[in-house]
Design a protein around this ligand. Structure first.
Ligand code: SAM
Length: 349
């Protein structure tokens, strides 16, 4: 499972049965803070039409792959050793080619590996072993070349970036998020990075829409029977905690600041992580969207109390709250209680 703050894989049965109660088996559902795409993919599997979006670029590539690919693309524009990639399984051939690339000591090696010398003079960082960082550089730059020479389509780009991010997650030397790296390499980080073919859900792959941006700005462009909103619960900004995945998704070479090597993320700062602007954001999304039913996930220990949320949502329509007992993620020495209430709040205009 993708380790992502707020990933809803474990809550899918509750979310899906609530959506089913609210709009029945079919129709269009928007998932406007879609993250890893776990809810969007389940909606696809259960036969809904999905409009999915998120402010992070890596999410865009996950969503295109999970929602819009009904089979592996042909990679017809890629030439490997002068030959068109025309085998029976082009995606696998492409991954074999990328896996076999000569490592390149470039941006990831310099900024994120122990043998690198960060440009800002910080001590070397340990997000990846030097070997893995140089492999990531080689793969990233090859994908960039294919984009520049128009050898791959936009969907092929998304599939390759999705595949690379899944492989990077397996060998990242972090404890949960990319906010900082561990001081010594943990076992899985020592494994050699390897791109593995991802699984696709092939049925019901037509007609889904994937968008990229702030939900506050996209809401007015979306028409749906129901909108699922899974906001950040805390002050922790996703853009800061997943900056390395963002850099892979964008394929760029940003300034890596401070000791952690954080890219500038202000353009993806979420108002929902702030006490002062969060409720206004909810209200704007729900007012602007062409949709009469909303389902919002939230947690007992989130930034806003249930009372504050209910008061805000009552301006939109009737509010109903379902409570789910949830096992909190805890480190061994955590003093936090083991159980936590997760809310599913429905709002009907
Ligand atoms: C709790 S996570 C969603 C998790 C997702 N349901 C899953 O299962 O992976 C919240 C997501 O909201 C996104 N986000 C935060 N503020 C946003 C905003 N204003 N507009 C769009 N996306 C936003 C974050 O990038 C993050 O991916």
């Amino acid at each position: 499972m993708y380790r992502y703050i707020g990933n809803k894989t474990k809550l899918l049965p509750h979310i899906m049965s609530r959506i089913n109660e609210m709009i029945g088996q079919g129709g269009t559902v928007a998932d406007v803070m879609a993250g890893t795409g776990s809810v969007a993919l389940e909606l696809k599997k259960q036969g809904y039409s999905v409009v999915a979006s998120d402010v992070m670029t890596y999410t865009y590539h996950h969503l295109v792959t999970n929602l819009q690919l009904g089979g592996f693309p042909a990679f017809a524009g890629v030439k490997i050793k002068g030959e068109t990639c025309d085998s029976e399984t082009p995606y696998k051939s492409i991954l074999e080619y990328l896996n076999a690339l000569k490592p390149k000591e470039s941006f990831f090696f310099r900024e994120f590996s122990p043998e690198g010398k960060p440009l800002n003079g910080s001590p070397s960082r340990k997000y990846f072993t030097s070997e893995n960082a140089a492999k990531i550089d080689a793969i990233r730059e090859c994908i960039n070349d294919w984009i520049k020479t128009e050898s791959i389509t936009a969907k092929e780009e998304s599939l390759l970036k999705h595949t690379l991010i899944m492989a990077v997650n397996e060998v990242a030397n972090i404890s949960g998020t990319y906010g900082y790296f561990l001081s010594s390499f943990k076992n899985n980080a020592k494994n050699a990075i390897k791109l593995e073919p991802v699984e696709l859900y092939r049925e019901n792959s037509e007609g889904h829409r994937v968008m990229h941006g702030f939900a506050e700005n996209l809401a007015g462009l979306i028409t749906a029977d129901l909108c699922y909103i899974d906001p950040p619960y805390m002050k922790r900004q996703y853009a800061a905690n997943y900056h390395i995945l963002e850099t892979i998704a964008r394929g760029d070479f940003p300034d890596a600041a401070g000791k952690s090597g954080l890219r500038d993320w202000w353009d993806q700062h979420s108002k929902l992580c702030t006490k002062t602007r969060g409720l206004q954001s909810f209200e704007k999304i729900m007012t602007d969207m062409h949709c009469d039913r909303f389902l919002i996930s939230y947690s007992e220990d989130g930034l806003f109390s249930l009372e504050q949320l209910e008061e805000c949502f009552r301006k939109i329509g009737n509010v109903d709250v379902m409570e789910i007992d949830y096992n909190r993620f805890r480190s061994n020495d955590s003093k936090l209680p083991p159980k936590l209430k997760e809310y599913l709040i429905s709002v009907e205009r």
